[in-house]
Design a protein. Structure first.
Length: 186
């Protein structure tokens, strides 16, 4: 969030929505008037994901942000109603996404991004980790594509759409809770 603040300032933008997607979570923060919104307390371990007041209040100075279970390692699947789901389960660091070749067999957001060409398997982590796009495809086919009669690319696209919409919804809720309005920019 601090880097986002600095970049926005460098570009002459005083109001942005900062986004950071890691392995297990995505973090979203509103930066207004060139500063991240701060608070003297934070709510942790919310019982109901989008319900303010359903968590444990902790009184410490913090940068206001929301975290959701939507990282590169978030596992994708299909629920009994034939809907694509992403998270909150994660492939973890031991097995990781299928493309890591460490024993992971369930498709993740990273696997979907490899299939869609958003992550170059030969240049991941500066080329120090070689990813296996075929394993990504196998995992997506088995756990998403076959269940919904989708080819590999469409299964990957479906996973991507679901996780992106989850993150967009979290950003909207975060903005509403702080009385901010999100505006699109092209």
């Amino acid at each position: 969030m601090i880097l986002s603040t600095w970049l926005a300032e460098d570009m002459g933008i005083d109001r942005i929505l900062s986004f950071d997607m890691g392995g297990t979570t995505a973090k979203i923060c509103i930066i207004d008037d060139g500063k991240p919104i701060a608070s003297r307390s934070i709510e942790v371990d919310r019982r109901y994901f989008f319900m303010k007041g359903s968590g444990l209040p902790v009184r410490i100075p913090v940068i206001e942000m929301v975290e959701i279970g939507a990282g590169g390692g978030s596992i994708a699947g299909v629920d009994p109603m034939k809907r694509i789901t992403v998270g909150p389960g994660s492939a973890g660091s031991d097995h990781g996404p299928a493309c890591y070749r460490r024993g992971g067999t369930h498709p993740t957001v990273t696997d979907a991004n490899v299939v869609l060409g958003r992550i170059d398997p030969d240049r991941f982590a500066g080329g120090s980790i070689r990813l296996d796009a075929k394993l990504s495809g196998v995992a997506l086919d088995k756990h998403v594509g076959e269940k919904l009669d989708l080819d590999t690319t469409m299964a990957a696209f479906g996973v991507s759409e679901v996780v992106e919409e989850n993150m967009a919804n979290a950003a909207r809720v975060h903005a509403v809770e702080r009385g901010a309005e999100l505006e699109g920019r092209t």
